[in-house]
Design a protein around this ligand. Structure first.
Ligand code: PBG
Length: 325
């Protein structure tokens, strides 16, 4: 009889035959930076995660470096929002300033800029809102006008010194548009990590509190994907590969492990999984209630993303997981 249990007898043999491994090098840690001074505010829906102003960021950055986390992803919370999100391409805005500061003082950190508008627009959408007959609340995001601004934001982030750009707005043609702008302006060496497959997900709820980016009308279903769809995910990924994406991302992670596996099997690009705010919040809430062993559930969840095929994991658990690894 073949007995698979022979190879599970003790931890020594289990670790020898283990197929997948988590490493702190897999992690990207998202950071929220708010314009202003003396801000160190815990996000109510994401215990353990803070919004910082730049003057309060050092302790956090030191900790990240000490834990060996190689990379951070920056989200900005500006004071000034308008219809088009113009603060997002202001060279002196909060994210640009923060990138310059980090690249100067923490050169060992690989700095990723989220490229999107929802934190910068007064209406909270990921682009320019225009009247649209038949759309919810009569308004929708105009794809091609948004692409124009995406070029401006990308160049501003690149000029500030971002190592990599990650567009999260799910606009058609966003990768080709950004690639063009970067290449024409001497930034051909900056890679793009595309949020290629981003679902219109309720798991983003806590993030929208964190980033003040809840849409004031309509919803994101005209640009983010329907959670029911799989073939469309393959199409989205193939388009971004053709447009020149360097890394693909699937978001959220946990409910979409099948999609992660399929993209990994279909494309030869590195693949990232975004373990989003709602996935984080559920674990923290259940842990605080004493309902689950939070550390074990967290590690099990993270290894499941690796097993599904993710090379890179964006996670709010990065610091905690790094401590355990
Ligand atoms: C915005 C953006 C969102 C997240 C990252 N970038 C939210 C959204 O689309 O509403 C979500 C991240 C998370 O939930 O952790 N473009």
């Amino acid at each position: 009889m073949f007995r698979p249990r022979r190879l599970r007898k003790n931890e020594m043999i289990r670790s020898m035959v283990r197929e997948n491994h988590l490493s702190v090098k897999d992690f990207i840690y998202p950071l929220f930076v708010e314009e202003g001074e003396n801000v160190r505010k815990e996000i109510a829906t994401m215990p353990g995660i803070f919004r910082y102003s730049l003057d309060q960021l050092d302790a956090e950055l030191k900790e990240i470096v000490e834990l060996g986390i190689p990379s951070i992803m920056l989200f900005g919370i500006p004071k000034h929002k308008d219809d088009v999100g113009s603060e997002s391409w202001n060279d002196e805005a909060v994210v640009q300033t923060t990138i310059r500061y980090i690249k100067k003082n923490y050169p060992q950190l690989y700095v990723i800029a989220d490229v999107c508008f929802c934190e910068y627009t007064s209406h909270g959408h990921c682009g320019i809102l225009v009247p649209s007959v038949g759309a919810k609340d009569g308004m929708d995001v105009d794809n091609d006008q948004t692409l124009n601004n995406l070029q401006k934001q990308s160049l501003s982030m690149a000029k500030a010194g971002a190592d990599l750009l990650a567009p999260s707005g799910m606009m058609d043609g966003m990768i080709a548009t950004m690639r063009d702008a970067l290449d024409l302006n001497n930034f051909s060496d900056i890679p793009i990590m595309s949020y290629a497959v981003k679902y219109a997900s309720a798991f983003y709820g806590p993030f929208r509190d964190a980033a003040d980016s809840t849409p004031s009308l309509g919803d994101r279903k005209t640009y983010q994907m329907d959670p029911a769809n799989r073939i469309e995910a393959l199409k989205e990924a193939a388009l971004d590969v053709a447009e020149g994406a360097d890394i693909l991302m699937v978001k959220p992670a946990l409910s979409y492990l099948d999609i992660i596996r399929e993209l990994k099997d279909t494309h030869d690009l590195p693949l990232a999984a975004y373990n989003v705010s709602g996935e984080y919040a559920m674990i923290i809430a259940a842990t605080q209630n004493g309902w689950i062993d939070g550390e074990k559930v967290m590690m099990e969840k993270l290894i499941s993303m690796k097993r599904a095929g993710a090379d890179i994991i964006l996670t709010y658990h990065a610091k905690e997981a790094a401590r355990l690894l």
